[in-house]
Design a protein around this ligand. Structure first.
Ligand SMILES: NC(=O)c1ccc[n+]([C@@H]2O[C@H](COP(=O)([O-])OP(=O)(O)OC[C@H]3O[C@@H](n4cnc5c(N)ncnc54)[C@H](OP(=O)(O)O)[C@@H]3O)[C@@H](O)[C@H]2O)c1
Length: 455
């Protein structure tokens, strides 16, 4: 296998892709003969670059010396079409077996997708219909509906859909994969999974990080395009979809698309930018890019009627955390000695992976007081070793030609349609500058109400 990463000096390659490949290597999941080409434009010498990468990743890597012999840094400007001639000769020199798997990972901003894919095909580095040649495209796929459509059109003129892997690593996360299992394998949940019983659903993903060195990329994107269009909409689709006729990839995606095509939003939307953003490297001093967004959505299907779906994401928050919180309606039964609380089902995505259900019961003692109780399942506590990281799972899926956890074009198209509308309306919304998490969350609660206690 020849695995080539475009964007070798980027954050994604260092923090996620190299560690994922290392784990697959140490678990004997990679073919015995493999090379990882790392393409970047900076003038690194091979050994120095590999040491540089090692210096930036956290954790123990006891088999690093064996692993690093498979890594090769290639200095190349990937927008320079001429440069691919040398790359092609190099690939021929290492491609001893014509049945060899050639996987290209475009860990770059989306605007580079068309040029890289085009030149790879022109140089026979990817051959149409050769299912051993595959290209992985990082999220977001496009910057808006128009660019996403044009990239997709161009790609389908070059290669087959089955050679295209549009990655959204959220779908590789254990608890996202668990959503359908929890919903459809349990009568107790699926039978009440509708607007008759559910009051509202919140999906949130908070990061502590600022944009750091990624200002140039982030300022063109913002939270809507960087997080909502992909991670949050994909999560919402899994939570809100109807039961498919079977658990096969196509049927599941068909149901997800129905959700995405029926998304509606309502005001107020809350946009924020962390204080200090304008001083970050690569950010224009008058930038209005949002680093926080909170949306109230609804899914216009029979199942959901007017149930609100709150989507919230932000940078520079107090802690990194992501979860889905399903809040059920009030019980109709009233007790003299206390009011039952609303049941909640929380699917924790990060940092802890788990599921918690709150319910009401009798407090211990002679009196008949109602008391909130909690059943808590910790996913990590019950497995031997570590659960796989999303990127490990997804890279392995590409090697095994399994596209079920990758996004299909129509999912992306319907997501961009909604985001484009939101981008238009954003201009009329106030941008709140927040010093810290508490400031922006207080703002959110003052607009939407104090009920979002779990945020
Ligand atoms: N960072 C994450 O954890 C993460 C997670 C999920 C998805 N993503 C997505 O992954 C993509 C890349 O993210 P990132 O954080 O890795 O971005 P990044 O840190 O800005 O990296 C982009 C890479 O592209 C390289 N590059 C740009 N133009 C080039 C050229 N003409 N020739 C060769 N190399 C060139 C940059 O090289 P230089 O160093 O020379 O500028 C850098 O290595 C984005 O679309 C992002 O949304 C990132």
């Amino acid at each position: 296998m020849i695995f080539t990463i475009f964007g070798a000096t980027g954050d994604l390659t260092t923090k996620k892709l190299i560690p994922a490949l290392y784990v697959l290597f140490s678990d004997d999941q990679l073919p015995s003969h493999f090379i990882v080409n790392l393409i970047g434009r900076q003038p690194f010498e091979n050994d120095l670059f590999i040491e540089h990468i090692k210096g930036q990743i956290e954790g123990d890597f006891p088999e690093w010396d064996a692993f690093k012999t498979h890594l090769k840094y290639i200095k190349m400007d990937f927008t320079d079409e001429e440069a691919y001639g040398d790359f092609q000769s190099y690939m021929k020199s290492i491609n001893v077996n014509s049945a060899q798997e050639r996987i290209y990972y475009l860990a770059t901003a989306p605007r580079f997708f068309p040029i890289i894919a085009k030149v790879l095909v022109e140089n026979n580095l990817v051959v149409r219909s050769n299912m051993r040649d595959k290209i992985i495209f990082e999220k977001p796929f496009g910057e808006n509906l128009e660019t996403a459509k044009s990239y997709n059109h161009l790609l389908l003129g070059l290669i087959e859909e089955s050679q295209i892997y549009r990655i959204d690593h959220y779908l590789g996360k254990e608890m996202l994969q668990n959503v359908l299992m929890v919903r459809f394998a349990n009568k107790i949940f699926e039978s009440i999974w509708n607007h008759h019983n559910i009051e509202h659903i919140t999906i949130y993903a908070f990061e502590t990080e600022t944009v750091k060195q990624r200002g140039g990329y982030y300022d063109r994107s913002g939270a809507l395009r960087d997080m909502v269009q992909n991670h949050l909409f994909q999560t919402l689709a899994l939570v809100a979809m109807d039961q498919p006729n079977g658990l096969n990839d196509r049927l599941i995606k068909d149901e997800k698309v129905k959700v995405l095509e029926n998304l509606e939003f309502s005001s107020p939307m809350i946009y924020g930018q962390y204080d200090g953003y304008l001083s970050e490297k690569g950010i224009p001093s008058d930038s209005k890019t949002e680093t926080f967004v909170a949306l109230k959505m609804s899914v216009n299907t029979q199942r959901w009627a007017n149930t609100p779906f709150y989507l919230v994401t932000g940078k520079k928050m107090n802690s990194k955390r992501a979860a889905i919180v399903i809040t059920f309606k009030n019980s109709n039964f009233f007790f003299e000695s206390g009011q039952p609380e609303k049941n909640t089902l929380t699917i924790e995505i990060a940092p802890r992976e788990g599921i918690a259900l709150t319910f009401n019961g009798k407090a211990p003692g002679l009196q008949s007081y109602v008391m909130p109780m909690k059943m808590d399942y910790c996913h990590l506590c019950n497995v031997m070793g570590n659960t796989p990281e999303a990127y490990e799972k997804l890279i392995l899926d590409v090697i095994h030609d399994d596209a079920s956890l990758f996004t299909r074009w129509d999912e992306i198209e319907s997501s961009w349609k909604v985001i484009d509308q939101l981008e238009q309306l954003k201009k009329y919304e106030r941008l709140h500058i927040y010093k810290d998490e508490s400031e922006i969350i207080e703002r959110l609660k003052s607009e939407w109400g104090q009920f979002l206690t779990y945020l």
